[in-house]
Ligand binder design. Structure first.
Ligand code: ANZ
Ligand code: ZN
Length: 824
């Protein structure tokens, strides 16, 4: 007997698939099932993370296709970003050629893996055909008032005289090996330049922003209805948006006007003993003109990350006072780093007794600490040593004494003319400027007279000039690119040299797949109306905020622009876990990478899908890999043995209906597992049916029809997992057409809900833990397993053997067993 090797047959079947045009989704399909894997950054190779991502996507897409859906499963390339520029520099080529080579290699690797993409919709984001629409969107956003041009801090290397992305500031761990997306946002850390090791400074540069904060409330609200998304991702987005309800309190400052402070604890207002403003606050800038100490402090206070600022008690007494709106007392005003520029109003009322940061600051600067909320229970809290941040009853608060904190908040809000209810968000506007070459040029011209002016739509795209390596931003050094004339007044002007964050590219790419060749629009609005939202989107949880928030933001803006109906772009989100090796995430840095092709494409597919629930991390082990290999050989051997014997077969009579039942049960169970993305359980089902058929065949001659039905069923069920193997078996069984175009098998009889029965039969302690982890259940005792009466005894025996201590079997089951056993 020969052994099965997918490498030996893949070329043949790919040819057949191409010829039958299996994977193309016709433009006139009514509402295809849109299955999308997060498109890869063009790093040059498919790594195991990609393979897992796309194996999940492909398995589901194939399953839906066999169920009779039109399926759209496209693929394209996220090609802009710093890594291409770095690689170009190292390999003395240009980013364009480097990207093209990477794409060639990756496309070939994907084909070898057997992923069934509609390649007619392929595109590359660094292609002007694509990025012209980024520019078009930018202009639409601009007209809608969703673009701002403002000073913001960036990392600056004074030696190289260039802006550095966070990833170029060393001491920041290099994450380039995750899914390769280009995550950096400027200016969040201190460190040294990756090139020359000069300490990095922070500089203020005018930069472009999308005002995503205008959509904060809507993005938050929308999460409630996203039932198809993991709760963990929704929670991450909620926290990222960080809505806080509180009050704005106006403090009067003689000679300097008013300052508004944002607080979530208006009830503590009687405990305010100072006022603090951020170094970037207007008042701080104003005071710097009048007070030398403030000016000196501001000079020294630049360039620290928010995180560091949060934990410092550094600050300067301005010598100026604010009037407490209730007591009329004079409160000293400080400029303090722990007050952040872009949180709330950039000003806080300092209540050291009840806020930890205020407490630390007050202790450092010898400011009074006055308790105004006492814990409800008799418990004492000494506010001189630490802040009491809980609720309780008000004290030292005039008329409000004795009220509980919450009631006091409401009363004060109603009573005080100086306080208004106010909401703030942690979410910041989206800084889209990058001072680099390999990105979408921002379509703006700077004119001395007219200021920033949009490049007229008819002149789009603003194309990238050819790459010339330079120390800084190659665009800024390129006079031919920079020198232009003002579209409004015709005077000499300078072209904007910032390019867009690559997350702009990935915020709408799923739309481009609908009409990848559209010339006069980014996508076809009518078609989008029918085909969207994306039915299933698969990718790593590391994209929970940036990408997955931006994509939701973009959809809303496009909807408000009237070009898109679906305000939520993705109906169901599947996050996949990490592939570990030696207990750690695979990465080139750790030297523990297994390339997807080391073991042949289908062994790899079968293994990554069979190892665990998509959401879980799992360990790459040689044992599991060889069991994935063995399963393929087992199925291949069975089919081979059967087809060879077929000429002189002898029929075992009568037809064994327990086999029919087992086949039906497997179909029902596998279908349910596919629906739930539990490919690992689907594979166990298939494996176990193979075992049953194997035992049956060993016992003597088989009933040809039922045995064949078993083999054909297994073959069809495994198409989504190992398509080449399935095709090979299908062919040997002389079934009609291509396996990848076959119908999904149907149970012959009504078989009830086998899935639940099955999950009990196959449940071991480890499985229960696995279920608990996936379902977020702490205590396995919470799981109640329901079984059909006829299965109870067998179920009980199985679980009892797997779990002798019986911890996972409910008492109820045991009680029932006695009754059932007696009946039987
Ligand atoms: C007075 C107060 C009293 C506050 C109290 C809290 C407790 P958290 O603490 O995370 O819930 N805040 C407001 N603007 C700020 C800024 N720009 N930079 C730093 N801190 C700022 O966040 C809410 C609190 O953060 C606000 O409520 C304010 O301090 C502080 F017993 O006001 B609070
Ligand atoms: Zn002008």
């Amino acid at each position: 007997r020969d052994r099965y090797s997918s490498q030996a047959v893949q070329e043949y079947w790919q040819f057949e698939w191409d010829r039958a045009d299996v994977y193309s989704c016709p433009d006139d399909a009514a509402d295809p099932t849109y299955v999308l894997g997060m498109f890869p950054y063009t790093s040059g190779n498919l790594h195991m993370g990609h393979v897992r991502n796309y194996a999940i996507t492909d398995a589901y897409a194939r399953y839906r296709r066999m169920r009779g859906d039109d399926v759209l499963q496209p693929m394209g390339w996220d090609a802009f970003g710093l890594p291409a520029e770095n690689a170009a520099e190292r390999q003395l080529t240009d980013p364009q050629s480097w990207t093209e080579t990477c794409i060639e290699d990756m496309r070939e690797e994907m084909d070898a893996m057997g992923f069934g993409y509609d390649w007619s919709r392929e595109f590359t984001t660094s292609d002007p055909e694509y990025y012209q629409w980024n520019q078009w969107f930018f202009e639409q956003f601009y007209e809608e008032g969703l673009v701002e041009y403002e000073a913001a801090a960036v990392n600056w290397c004074p030696n190289c005289e260039t802006v550095l992305a966070d990833a170029q500031v060393e001491s920041v761990p290099d994450d380039a090996d995750t899914t390769g997306h280009d995550h950096d946002t400027p200016a969040s850390s201190q460190g040294v330049c990756w090139r020359c090791e000069t300490p990095v400074e922070t500089r203020e540069l005018d930069q472009w922003f999308f005002t995503i904060t205008d959509y904060a409330e809507e993005l938050l609200d929308g999460l409630e209805d996203l039932d198809g998304w993991p709760e963990s991702v929704r929670e991450i987005q909620r926290n990222w948006i960080g809505k806080q309800e509180g009050a704005g309190v106006t403090f009067e400052i003689p000679n300097y006007g008013n300052v508004d402070a944002f607080t979530t604890r208006l009830d503590t207002i009687y405990g305010a003993t100072f006022l603090a403003v951020s170094p970037g606050h207007d008042l701080a800038r104003e005071l710097a003109d009048d007070v030398d100490a403030v000016a000196a402090y501001l000079d020294g206070a630049r360039g620290r990350s928010d995180e560091k600022r949060r934990s410092t008690a550094s600050g300067v007494d301005t010598g100026v006072h604010a009037i407490h709106p209730l007591t009329g007392e004079e409160l000293p005003i400080y400029v303090a780093e722990y007050v952040l520029d872009d949180v709330g109003t950039g000003a806080v009322m300092g209540v050291p007794a009840h806020n930890e940061r205020d407490h630390a600051f007050a202790s450092e600067h010898d400011l009074p600490i006055e308790a105004v909320v006492k814990p409800a229970d008799a418990e004492e809290h000494d506010v001189t040593s630490s802040a009491y941040t809980g609720g309780g009853t008000l004290e030292n608060s005039d008329d409000y004494d004795g009220l509980d904190a919450e009631t006091a908040r409401e009363r004060l809000l109603a009573d005080l003319a100086c306080a208004e209810s106010s909401v703030t968000y942690r979410l910041r506007d989206w800084l889209i400027s990058r001072q680099r070459y390999w990105g979408t040029p921002i379509p703006v011209v700077h004119c001395e007279e007219c200021g920033p002016v949009l490049v007229p739509e008819a002149k789009l795209p603003v194309e990238l000039p050819e790459y010339e390596p330079t120390a800084g931003n190659p665009l800024a050094e390129n006079d031919e690119f920079v020198e232009t004339t003002c579209p409004e007044c015709g005077a000499d002007a300078r072209r904007e040299t910032d390019t867009m964050d690559t997350f702009v590219d990935s915020s709408w790419y799923y739309l481009r797949f609908l009409s990848a060749v559209a010339r006069d629009a980014p996508f076809d609005t009518d078609q989008a109306g029918e085909w969207l939202p994306v039915d299933v989107y698969v990718g790593g949880e590391e994209h929970a905020v940036l990408h997955l928030l931006y994509i939701r933001f973009f959809a809303r803006v496009l909807a408000d622009l009237g070009v898109l109906e679906a305000r939520e772009p993705v109906e169901r989100l599947v996050n996949q876990g990490t592939v570990l090796h030696g207990g750690e995430k695979m990465s080139t840095a750790k030297g523990n990478v297994i390339t997807p092709h080391e073991y042949g494409p289908e062994t790899t597919r079968l293994f990554v899908l069979g190892a665990a629930h998509p959401r879980q991390d799992f360990e790459w082990t040689a044992k599991d890999v060889s069991s994935a290999y063995d399963l393929q050989q087992q199925l291949y051997g069975m089919v081979q043995a059967f087809t060879e014997r077929e000429t002189d077969r002898s029929e075992r009579e009568p037809r064994d209906d327990y086999l029919d039942r087992e086949i039906d049960r497997t179909i029902a169970a596998t279908t349910a597992e596919f629906e739930a993305f539990r490919f690992h359980r689907a594979i166990s089902e298939i494996r176990s049916l193979a075992g049953v058929l194997g035992q049956y065949a060993e016992a003597g001659p088989v009933h040809d029809t039922v045995y064949r039905r078993g083999l054909e069923t297994i073959t069809a069920l495994i198409v989504p997992i190992t398509p080449y193997l399935a095709e090979e078996l299908w062919n040997r069984l002389r079934c009609d057409g291509l396996a990848v175009e076959a119908d999904w098998p149907e149970p012959a009889a009504t078989v009830g809900d086998y899935r639940i029965e099955r999950s009990l039969i196959e449940t071991t302690r480890a499985d229960v833990r696995d279920i608990c982890e996936v379902a977020g259940i702490d205590d396995p005792g919470e799981i109640t397993l329901v079984v059909a009466p006829a299965w109870k005894y067998r179920a009980y025996e199985t679980v009892r053997q797997a779990d002798p201590e019986g911890a996972v079997v409910s008492q109820a089951l045991e009680d029932d067993r006695v009754a059932d056993h007696r009946d039987a």
